[in-house]
Design a protein around this ligand. Structure first.
Ligand SMILES: *Cc1c(COP(=O)(O)O)cnc(C)c1O
Length: 405
C-alpha cells in the first residue's frame, strides 16, 4: 500500500532520492484531511491537551509546537526541503536574506572575533558588516575573492569566519571553494558561502567543503519576485545556535512566504536550466557585438575562470554583465532604448531585469573605489529571466542601436 495517504511525515522514504524528487517532496507532512499540496499553517501559536503538556513542550522535554517565532510546520517543511537539496544536516529559515546573514554572524561570532569577507559582496552585506557588526567589537577585513594566498595572508589568530559570494555580482568572479575551505580549516575558521546566485540547483557549497550556506530566498528560490525570505544551512551544532538566535531575536520567516518558496523549489531546477540557457546564449551573442567591449559571464570560454566554473558549478547562472563603448552616456542610452526588460536592480525573477550598477547598486561608492572594484561607467547588468530568448535578443539589439546613435 502506498503510505502517501496516511497522515504524518512523508519524507522517510526519500533516502537516496534524486535532486528533483527532493525538490518536489522532501519535508512534507500530511494532515488528517489527506491534502495533496503542502498545508499552510497561518498560526502564531499552538494549543496543548493539558497544562502538563504545555509545561513539557515549553521545557523542550516533549516534542510539540509552541510558538511560530521559532517553529511552524510550513516553515519546517521549507527548512527540511532546503536542507535535503543543499545536502545539509539542518536548515533554518529567516525573514530575508539579510536576516540569514545577521543570524549567522550573531549566533556564531563574538566581540573580539575577526571576519574575512570577499570584496564585491551584496551592498547591504557590506553595510551590515561595516556599520553594525564592527560597532559590537567584531573586526572585519575584505579580501579579493579569487586569490587564495591573500585569504591565507589576511588571517589572524582570531579569524572565526570567512564570508564569500561566488560567483560575484556583477562581475562574475569566482573563488575555488574547495581550496578556500582548506584554508579556512587550517585557520580554524568557518567558511560561509552566500549561494544566492547559483542556488543548490547549480552549486552545492557544503559538498565542496564549506561549513555554512546562506540564501536570499527572495531571488531564485521564489523565482517570481513575490516574497522576502532567507535560509541558513549547515551542521546541527551551528544551526542550533542559529535557531537560538532566531528564537530570541525574532527575524523569522512568515509561514505564508515559506509556502510560496516551497512551490518555487518544486520548479527550481527547471527554471534555473532555462535561465542559464538564455543567459549563455545572450552572453555569447553580446560578446560578438562591436558596441560591446567586454562580457562578464563564467559560461564563456573567454572567461578567465571558465574551467573553475565548470568544476564547481553545473551551469553558470543568469546574471550577465557587459560593458558598452561610450561610458555612462552610452550605457544609459542602451538601457532607455529597451522595451521588454525591466529597469530595476532586482534579480532572480521570471522577468528579465537591466541595471546600470555604477549609478544604482554601486552609486554611493566613491568613483575611485568603484573603478578599483571594476564597476566601470559603461557596465550594464542583465539578470536574464524566462521570456523567449529571441525577444530578449531583439530588445538588446534596440539597446545596441541606441549606443551606435
Ligand atoms: C538579495 C541578496 C541578499 C539579501 O537578500 P534579501 O532577501 O533582499 O534580504 C543577500 N545576498 C545576495 C547575494 C543577494 O543577491
Amino acid at each position: 500500500m502506498n503510505s502517501q495517504w496516511q497522515p504524518g511525515r512523508l519524507n522517510s522514504d526519500l533516502d537516496g532520492a534524486g535532486f528533483d524528487t527532493l525538490a518536489v517532496r522532501a519535508g512534507q507532512t500530511r494532515g488528517p484531511e489527506g491534502e495533496h499540496g503542502e498545508a499552510l499553517f497561518l498560526t502564531s501559536s499552538y494549543v496543548f491537551r493539558s497544562a502538563a503538556e504545555a509545561a513539557a513542550c515549553f521545557a523542550g522535554e516533549q516534542p510539540g509546537n509552541v510558538y511560530s517565532r521559532y517553529m511552524n510546520p510550513t516553515v519546517r517543511t521549507f527548512e527540511e526541503r532546503i536542507a535535503a537539496m543543499e545536502g545539509a544536516e539542518q536548515a533554518v529559515a529567516t525573514a530575508s536574506g539579510m536576516a540569514a546573514i545577521l543570524a549567522t554572524v550573531m549566533s556564531l561570532c563574538s566581540a573580539g572575533d575577526h571576519i574575512l569577507v570577499s570584496r564585491s559582496v551584496f551592498g547591504a552585506t557590506v553595510s551590515l558588516f561595516d556599520k553594525y557588526f564592527k560597532r559590537f567589537g567584531v573586526e572585519v577585513d575584505y579580501v579579493g575573492l579569487s586569490d587564495i594566498d591573500r585569504w591565507r595572508a589576511a588571517c589572524k589568530p582570531n579569524t572565526r569566519l570567512f564570508f564569500v559570494e561566488s560567483p560575484s555580482n556583477p562581475l562574475a568572479e569566482l573563488v575555488d571553494i574547495r581550496a578556500l575551505a582548506r584554508v579556512a580549516q587550517e585557520q580554524g575558521a568557518l567558511l560561509a558561502v552566500d549561494n544566492c546566485f547559483c542556488t543548490p540547483a547549480l552549486q552545492k557549497p557544503l559538498a565542496l567543503g564549506a561549513d555554512i550556506v546562506i540564501h536570499s530566498a527572495t531571488k531564485y528560490i521564489d523565482g517570481q519576485g513575490r516574497c522576502l525570505g532567507g535560509v541558513v544551512a549547515g551542521r546541527h551544532e551551528h544551526m542550533q545556535e542559529v535557531v537560538g538566535f532566531l528564537r530570541t531575536a525574532g527575524p523569522s520567516l512568515s509561514p505564508f512566504n515559506a509556502w510560496v518558496f516551497l512551490k518555487g523549489l518544486e520548479t527550481l531546477r527547471l527554471r534555473m536550466a532555462a535561465h542559464c540557457a538564455s543567459a549563455l546564449e545572450l552572453a555569447g551573442w553580446l560578446e560578438q557585438q562591436p558596441e560591446v567591449e567586454k562580457v562578464y559571464y563564467a559560461g564563456l570560454p573567454s572567461h578567465p575562470q571558465h574551467a573553475l566554473a565548470c568544476s564547481q558549478q553545473s551551469a553558470f547562472g543568469a546574471v550577465v554583465s557587459f560593458e558598452v563603448r561610450g561610458g555612462r552616456e552610452a550605457a544609459w542610452r542602451f538601457i532607455d532604448a529597451t522595451r521588454v526588460v525591466s529597469i530595476t536592480a532586482n534579480l532572480g525573477d521570471a522577468k528579465t531585469t537591466i541595471t546600470h550598477p555604477a549609478s544604482t547598486t554601486h552609486g554611493r561608492l566613491p568613483a575611485e573605489t568603484r573603478e578599483a572594484a571594476g564597476i566601470r561607467d559603461g557596465l550594464i547588468r542583465l539578470a536574464v529571466g524566462l521570456e523567449d530568448v529571441e525577444d530578449l535578443r531583439a530588445d538588446l539589439q534596440r539597446g545596441l542601436e541606441a549606443v551606435r546613435g
